[in-house]
Design a protein around this ligand. Sequence first.
Ligand SMILES: NC(=O)c1ccc[n+]([C@@H]2O[C@H](COP(=O)([O-])OP(=O)(O)OC[C@H]3O[C@@H](n4cnc5c(N)ncnc54)[C@H](O)[C@@H]3O)[C@@H](O)[C@H]2O)c1
Length: 372
Amino acid sequence: MTASDLGPVRIGVIGAGFMGRQHIDFVHAAQRAVLAGVADPVAPAGSFEVPVYAEAQRMLDSEPLDAVIIANPNALHVETAIQCLEAGVAVLLEKPVAVDYVQSRRLVEAVERLHGRLLVGHHRRHHPAIAPARAAVRAGELGQIVAVSGLWSARKEDAYYTDLPWHAQRGAGVTLINAVHDLDLLRHLFGEVAVVQAMQTSNARGLEVEDTVSVNLLFESGVVGSFLASDAGVSPWGWDQATEETQAFPYVPDGVAYHVVGTRGALSVPNLAAYTYGPGVPADWHSPLSRTYLPFTPRGSFHAQLDHFIEVARGAVEPLVSADDASRTLGLVEAVALAARTGASLDVARFCADAETAGGASEPPRQEEAAR
Ligand SMILES: NC(=O)c1ccc[n+]([C@@H]2O[C@H](COP(=O)([O-])OP(=O)(O)OC[C@H]3O[C@@H](n4cnc5c(N)ncnc54)[C@H](O)[C@@H]3O)[C@@H](O)[C@H]2O)c1
């Protein structure tokens, strides 16, 4: 009997912290999944009305699972995911897929070798606004896409860093924790990035990791992009404020995370306000633009992601975000970090190839080097 047979998909959650507990709630809310176990070294027995294990392997050995959701610290992602793939269960692995690009290639290789079913938790791709936005971009509804501009800024509480020290250490930082989502989504919308430039600082918080980063992107398609992220600066602007995905962020109606401009029109995302010229109206800066909203049915990305994961676990669909896809996002994120440290324009494909050849030489920059 496999996950493709009748019955709900039996899911174990590994790592029951901030994010793991949300995943547990999503599993409880899903009709075609059931929570079968939890693995977390600090979770008290009896906390989730299912067996609780201190170690993931003990849960894998003891429970007849179809799938797991891995939400443990980033540094454990690759080992835990390989462990679960070797046990033959489908994996939803929280982002980032690994702490560095080279580690992520180990996971890509393991997925291929083990014929594993693995979805990476770049949940925004499942937001109902993204498919229509991507379709509009690809169908030429805005003409030729010229450029995209994005912003995510929200001031994290100081306890975010003091209560969980790994948040302030290598493997975290606003680029890897937050901007990774945006960079992934920008890749999903506009294709691979050819060249990056970046600047980052830790001036506002003075931590080992950066609190603010500014990135310039040249996509292989010729689209030019810029993206600014900060977890020190207060703002209503960014994906998390513009969607109702998590109650942790007050919702800003009609909010915008990305502005997309084309030769015939513009689109803001995720509110999907489309600005275009009417029929016969010349596309020049003196003509009035009309605004319409592209339709989509509101739905939480995490719920949609879990529905998709259930289909992945059943072997019915390929993952929307494969290990290889997420690895490329991580390669881009590392290229951003190195570009910030050196001030260089980096060829992303060459950077990734060199990192793989060097087998780990793509060490992310130390903050004192990067903040300049
Ligand atoms: N998709 C998103 O928007 C989003 C948001 C927040 C966090 N995340 C990701 O979720 C993951 C967890 O982040 P968090 O904020 O919940 O962190 P957290 O520190 O709150 O939770 C991590 C949990 O993992 C547990 N853990 C540690 N070692 C373990 C082990 N060997 N086996 C099992 N569990 C172990 C810890 O006890 C803790 O409960 C990270 O990868 C993070 O990047 C994703």
